[in-house]
Design a protein around this ligand. Structure first.
Ligand SMILES: *Cc1c(COP(=O)(O)O)cnc(C)c1O
Length: 371
């Protein structure tokens, strides 16, 4: 039998190693390793320009960035959020002593369903924490409308939304803040890393204090901050990565196009919905597998692909609301979350990364269509 090499769901797109040496030499020369160094400042500026946003504050990772964003806005009480995301979204509320209130998702975008938000608001609600799942924009207009009526803050978990634009505009400028992750598995990576995008300078200043223990200057500590700083190594790598990111995104778009073409007639498989006017960066390629029409359940297809060394991921299953810390909440009941519950049972993320070859995509698609 032919030994098929492992194909994982993701693989980082790394720049040529020799391009990184000059950055390292400069760090070795300066001997300034962290705490708002040269590369840190340069990377913040370059990112603002690339992403088309006003202010960015870099972080050690995305989770600390969400936790700090909630601190910076003094969010307390209850926050409305989605169960269909990576656990860090809700964990960030927990680490702030905030009660998550889960609201069901939209069956097409997989994002929080704005029509169900109002029913979840109580006198304790202070904010909404939606996620641009798989980089597809939330219904930002409707969410802002509700937030304005009820006086709520909106913080977007935009960890999937690096470089996503709608009608030529960054989707990171909606709400009070947006959070990015530069983890190794994301479209844009600094190994570990993250950022908060915000609109005004005074907010950025407060965020910068909070991520550095609350220090405003040598002797002034304005709040019980945390250590969530990005170091010079990460910032330098990020700057280098920026030179390559447009190509990497184009390669992802090419992969998606082949999947779209090869799988479009596959009965029982729903492909990701097209969004008009979107610069989609394809952090994931999620399909839905309908057992009745397809013949295999999602889990059966997952196992079948695994037997051929194709390692897909069931993002997002189980729902966050099903984990022990959260399943006792009233809003976690499956009756409250029918759409999310059904999609979590059917979703499968196929391998998606810039260097996935045409042969590999063909192999994956043949395994799916020949069953
Ligand atoms: C990756 C991710 C995070 C966490 O980011 P880290 O940088 O890994 O801490 C949070 N939310 C979502 C939706 C993510 O995909």
């Amino acid at each position: 039998m032919n030994e098929q090499k492992n194909i994982f769901v993701t693989q980082p797109y790394l720049p040529p190693l020799d391009e990184f040496y000059p950055f390292l030499e400069k760090i070795w020369g300066n001997k300034w390793l962290t705490n708002n160094g040269e590369y840190h400042k340069e990377f913040e500026k370059a990112l603002c320009e690339y992403l088309g946003v006003n202010h960015i504050s870099l972080f050690a990772n995305g989770t600390l960035a969400i936790i700090t964003a909630l601190q910076a806005m003094r969010i307390t009480g209850e926050v409305i959020t989605t169960p269909f995301s990576f656990v860090a979204t809700t964990h960030s509320l927990w680490w702030n002593g905030i009660k998550p209130v889960f609201v069901d998702i939209d069956p097409v975008s997989y994002n929080i369903d704005p029509n169900k938000i109002e029913a979840a608001i109580t006198p304790k609600t202070t904010a909404i924490l939606p996620v641009h799942v798989y980089g597809k924009p939330c219904n930002t207009e409707k969410i802002q409308e509700i937030a304005d009526i009820y006086g709520l803050k909106v913080i977007y978990d935009a960890c999937h939304a690096f470089g996503v634009e709608k009608n030529g505009q960054s989707i990171l400028n909606f709400g009070n803040m947006s959070i990015l992750s530069f983890h190794a598995t994301k479209v844009f990576t600094t190994f570990e890393g993250g950022a908060i995008v915000c609109n005004d300078e005074s907010t950025k200043k407060r965020i910068d204090f909070l991520k550095n223990f609350g220090f405003a200057d040598e002797t002034t500590v304005v709040a019980p901050g945390i250590n969530a700083k990005m170091n010079e190594f990460q910032a330098a790598f990020g700057l280098l990565q920026l030179n390559h990111i447009d190509k990497a995104i184009r390669m992802r778009q090419d992969v998606a196009e082949i999947y779209n073409e090869k799988l479009k007639n596959c009965v029982g498989v729903t492909l990701p919905a097209e969004v008009p006017g979107l610069r989609h960066t394809y952090p994931y390629y999620p399909i839905l597998v309908n057992k009745e029409k397809f013949g295999l359940s999602r889990n059966q297809l997952f196992e079948k692909l695994k037997e051929s060394n194709v390692f897909t991921r069931r993002y997002f299953y189980p729902l966050i609301s099903q984990f022990p810390a959260y399943r006792g909440l009233e809003s976690s009941k499956p009756d409250n979350l029918p759409v999310a519950t059904s999609i979590a049972e059917e979703v499968l993320c196929l391998p998606m990364y810039p260097n996935l070859s045409v042969d590999e995509i063909n192999l994956i698609c043949n395994l799916i269509t020949n069953n």
